[in-house]
Design a protein around this ligand. Structure first.
Ligand code: TRP
Length: 455
């Protein structure tokens, strides 16, 4: 495919919302609350915010630069910008990472479909907290049902990607993102008003610095990369569809703000509700599938119809938010296979779907009948999450920062960030300094610390 065949997003707003669609997903609503819960609530959030601003936004702009400049898939982008160098392996690493994440991410995305069905068929009514716990464990450990939903979810992703997502993604995102945002705010309000919610709010907003261990830094950094879709060329792939007048700095800032707001609001949904119904906030990845149905039950206990509407709508939107993210993950590998090996888009998408289905099946079964197979003490599902979010994404982000900070010609970087000199970008020197020094050294230090080499 030549550069001129590539489609662009039609508008700047469309570009922002498409990237936000990739960023906002299960990472914000499902993963963020349990990471925060496991690592000291507000203290974690402060470290997280630091990671978003110090590493996240500059690396996002670096990915935008790579994508828009090369107008190529991430696997090819490094090759276009630095031909015949080992840097292309960073692109390939990204493609591999997208595959692995897509596999286990689709498992949880599939769960959202089960919960849509439950919400619509009245499966949440007249249940106690213990019933919700049982309902979730029975379902997620079942060897068959989650696999059906996994299949359906990957199929949905596949159908969108095959069609060519550019117009689809953009239109979808424009409609969906505002709707999702309204719903998240509404639910947060409901949760905060529950009896006994204050302890949850305090947990979320009052930092306890004794909980800040080295592990918190690694988790916060991993979460920042995961939530912002960084470190594996997902956003550089999207940026290859940016128009000439898209402002990279402003787009990164907008996406960072939207993503962080949704994450914190999700915390405001989960924690007050969790404390209110007496579930430990560090209860892990299942929080959203146990506490949320509970919120719907309790918040609207007098008005079953409202409970039905809100819970159905919420899981529909959660599924759609997950879908805009799986589309972006799928797109990375699909476009790579399409452009590198000249497969048709359909064939490329087919290969990616089958591969991720396999990974998905393994990670789904790892939560039930295969839970005794462990890697470093974790089941395969958790191991995949750890490997991708806490190792591969930060390493990919670090290499991206080094590439753009040190290898890419300064003139190219300046042209992209300032749109060929038409924008005044006052933070430019700080941005370059972060890419060259702060991000690589900071990420390396967090790793070294975590591995215990400093002690
Ligand atoms: N950011 C998405 C979320 O928060 C998940 C996601 C989409 C992602 N694309 C990615 C994570 C690329 C890492 C890398 O749910």
């Amino acid at each position: 495919m030549s550069h001129h065949d590539r489609v662009n997003f039609a508008s700047k707003l469309g570009a922002v919302l498409a990237v936000a669609g990739s960023a906002v997903g299960l990472g914000n609503i499902w993963r963020f609350p349990y990471e925060a819960g496991n690592h000291g609530g507000a203290a974690f959030i402060l470290v997280y915010l630091g990671c978003v601003f110090i590493f996240g936004l500059p690396i996002m702009m670096a990915e935008f630069t790579i994508g828009r400049r090369s107008k190529a898939s991430t696997g090819e982008a490094f090759h276009v910008l630095a031909p015949h160098t080992p840097w292309r392996w960073v692109g390939y690493l990204g493609v591999l990472t997208s595959f692995l994440i897509l596999g286990y991410y689709s498992v949880v995305s599939g769960w959202t479909l089960e919960y849509i069905v439950q919400a619509m068929t009245g499966g949440f009514s007249n249940k106690t907290s213990a019933d919700f716990v049982n309902m979730f464990t029975d379902f997620s450990q079942n060897p068959f049902r989650p696999l059906c939903y996994l299949f359906v979810f990957i199929l949905l992703t596949h159908l969108v990607v095959v069609k060519g997502v550019e117009k689809g993604i953009e239109r979808f995102a424009k409609l969906l993102m505002p709707l999702l945002f309204i719903l998240v705010v509404l639910l947060a309000v409901c949760s905060v008003l529950l009896p006994g919610a204050e302890r949850g709010i305090e947990f979320l907003l009052k930092p306890d610095f004794s909980k800040v261990t080295p592990d918190v830094f690694l988790s916060a950094m991993g979460q920042a990369f995961f939530s912002l879709s960084l470190g594996m060329g997902c956003l550089s792939t999207y940026a290859s569809y940016f128009g000439k007048d898209t402002r990279l700095g402003r787009t990164a800032m907008s996406v960072g703000i939207i993503d962080t707001c949704v994450a914190v609001l999700s915390g405001l949904i989960i924690f007050p509700a969790a404390f209110s119904v007496g579930i430990q906030p560090d209860a892990g990845p299942s929080l959203i599938f146990i506490t949320l149905p509970n919120v719907f039950q309790q918040a609207f206990s007098g008005i079953p119809f409202l409970s039905f509407v809100c819970s159905t709508l919420f899981y529909v939107l959660l599924a759609l938010a997950a879908l805009t993210s799986t589309i972006s993950l799928h797109e990375v590998s699909t476009v790579f296979l399409h452009e590198k090996f000249h497969f048709t888009r359909k064939k490329a998408a087919y290969i990616v779907s089958c591969g991720s289905l396999l990974i998905g099946i393994v990670s789904s079964l790892a939560l039930g009948i295969w839970s005794s197979y462990t890697i470093a003490g974790m089941n395969i599902f958790d191991a995949l999450d750890y490997l991708t979010a806490k190792i591969m994404l930060p390493v990919g982000g670090m290499l991206t920062a080094i590439f753009v900070g040190w290898v890419l010609k300064k003139q190219i970087l300046r042209d992209e960030i300032t749109n060929y000199g038409s924008l005044k970008v006052s933070f430019y020197p700080v941005f370059v300094f972060i890419l060259k020094f702060i991000a690589p050294i900071g990420i390396a230090l967090i790793f070294i610390n975590e591995l215990g080499l400093l002690k």
